[in-house]
Design a protein around this ligand. Structure first.
Ligand code: MEV
Length: 323
């Protein structure tokens, strides 16, 4: 067994399908170049995170991973390059990198990505009180990922995850180099609260279930439009997805205002909130990233140009990278 292990995992942007994917509808997401890294070694006399005792309040995601996959002392060092609660998958990147480290510390050789994806999904779902495997799958796999309830004949299947009578088949999608801008409202979103809010709406209201189905229905068109390079159509579908997320009650007025600001900037194809909402960020597909970024920062948002990253989780054991 290795004495120490290190893993790094990317954040993500969801282009289509957040919330609906929790109910088994399809989603389409991209890993981005912001990353979180975790290193770990079985030393000391307790579990520590960046030199402090593991605290269930501050380290919810790490706690879930440790409770499932570790027994004994552990020293973890975490460096997060994914802005927290911004909708860019900081908790998924943390869960993936932590699970990858813990599984690797207990293994003679490299751990299969599918195993990391499944372990980190379970950790995230329990920390959050409900989740789909979307964010942890994208962070594990890197690149463009489609989750769908059944395998798509024309796409490569990465793996399949089943829980509570739902199935998510993860597929690789080749996404062209999309010009994307993320604009953060500055207000942190709370994923657990938003997932619970949508659940109440969907369980009590047939209309809520129709909205979820309509969100899922946008994804096939988006995959085709991306394959055809039809960014105008992708943008139109993003705009529609935002309206539906607003109907679900997860778009704050601030998020919708930023979507409107982006919509007026030269070169914008479309924009929507990304992630759980209730704060967090929007994502803008644009021909003119500098124009969109300027308009959105003038409107008070913190903006990032994001680039899709083909690199998913990477793992090292005793200083040597796993293949
Ligand atoms: C959050 O990034 C995405 C949600 O769909 C929750 C999930 O899929 O677990 C809102």
């Amino acid at each position: 067994m290795p004495l120490d292990a290190k893993a790094s995992a990317p954040g993500k942007v969801i282009l289509f399908g957040e919330h609906a994917v929790v109910y088994g509808e399809p989603s389409l997401s991209l890993a981005v170049d912001q990353r979180t890294s975790v290193s770990g070694a079985a030393v000391g006399d307790q579990v520590t995170v960046n030199g402090r005792a593991l605290n269930p309040r501050w380290h919810r995601y790490i706690l879930q991973a440790v409770e499932r996959h570790w027994d004994g002392p552990l020293r973890l060092q975490v460096e997060s390059g994914v802005p927290s609660s911004s909708g860019m998958g900081s908790s998924a990147a943390l869960s993936v990198a932590t699970c990858a480290v813990l599984l690797r510390l207990r293994s003679e050789g490299p751990v299969e990505p599918a195993r990391i994806a499944e372990a980190s999904f379970d950790a995230e779902r329990d920390a959050q009180g409900g989740a789909s495997p979307n964010d942890t799958t994208v962070s594990t796999a890197g690149g463009g990922v489609l989750l769908a309830p059944v395998a798509h004949a024309d796409l490569d299947v990465l793996w399949r995850i089943e829980r509570d009578e739902l199935a998510w088949v993860a597929h690789r999608v080749d996404v062209p180099a999309l010009p994307l801008v993320v604009a953060f409202t500055g207000r942190k979103g709370n994923t657990a609260r938003m997932v619970a809010k949508v659940r109440r709406f969907v369980e009590r209201n047939a209309f809520g279930r129709d909205v979820i189905a309509e969100i899922g229905g946008l994804v096939a068109g988006a995959v085709d439009a991306l394959a055809d390079g039809d960014l105008a159509e992708v943008g139109r579908l993003m705009d529609r997805n935002h309206v539906l997320l607003h109907t679900l009650g997860v778009a704050t007025p601030e998020l919708t205002r930023l979507v409107e600001v982006a919509g007026k900037a030269a070169g914008t194809y479309g924009a929507k909130l990304t992630g759980a909402g209730g704060g967090g960020s929007i994502v803008v597909l644009t021909e003119e990233p500098a124009e969109a970024a300027k308009a959105l920062s003038d409107a008070g948002a913190e903006t990032f140009e994001v680039h899709a990253s083909p690199r998913g989780v990477t793992v090292e054991a005793d200083g040597r990278p796993d293949p």
